[in-house]
Design a binder for this molecule. Structure first.
Ligand code: ZN
Length: 127
């Protein structure tokens, strides 16, 4: 039985990477130039914007962008980063009722800081 093979994501199945043409002719080290790999590539995770709350104004505050498989994991990841943030930052921003919104669902007008959608603002307020 032969194992299924998947296209190599690093070289996009070509077996070589042009940017590394000066290193061993640009052969892809991940697939050894075969263009295929035996391990199934992981689906790439979506990007989430994690909103906390400004302690001073009570307004939603875009705290972090993280990639995660789902919103709950995105919040957990943001909280882990937040735990290592400066005390000053943690004094300004609360992640107690943090909400993760998929970045591609954000209301983003040109040059503006993305705003939390209405449902996220309700969650931030009430927990
Ligand atoms: Zn490759």
């Amino acid at each position: 039985m032969t194992k299924p093979l998947y296209p190599c994501q690093r070289c996009e199945g070509t077996g070589t990477i042009r940017a590394f043409a000066h290193v061993m002719g640009g052969v892809c080290f991940k697939c050894a130039g075969r263009g295929t790999v035996a391990t199934k590539p992981r689906a790439s995770n979506p990007k989430f914007a994690v909103f906390g709350m400004s302690r001073e104004s009570g307004a939603p505050f875009l705290a972090y962008y993280v990639t995660a498989p789902n919103a709950a994991r995105a919040v957990a990841k943001a909280r882990a980063t937040y735990a290592r943030a400066s005390a000053a930052y943690r004094d300004d921003v609360s992640l107690a009722n943090a909400v993760a919104v998929r970045a591609d669902e954000l209301d983003c007008t040109d040059g503006q800081v993305p705003q939390a959608p209405a449902w996220a603002r309700d969650t931030l307020r009430t927990g």
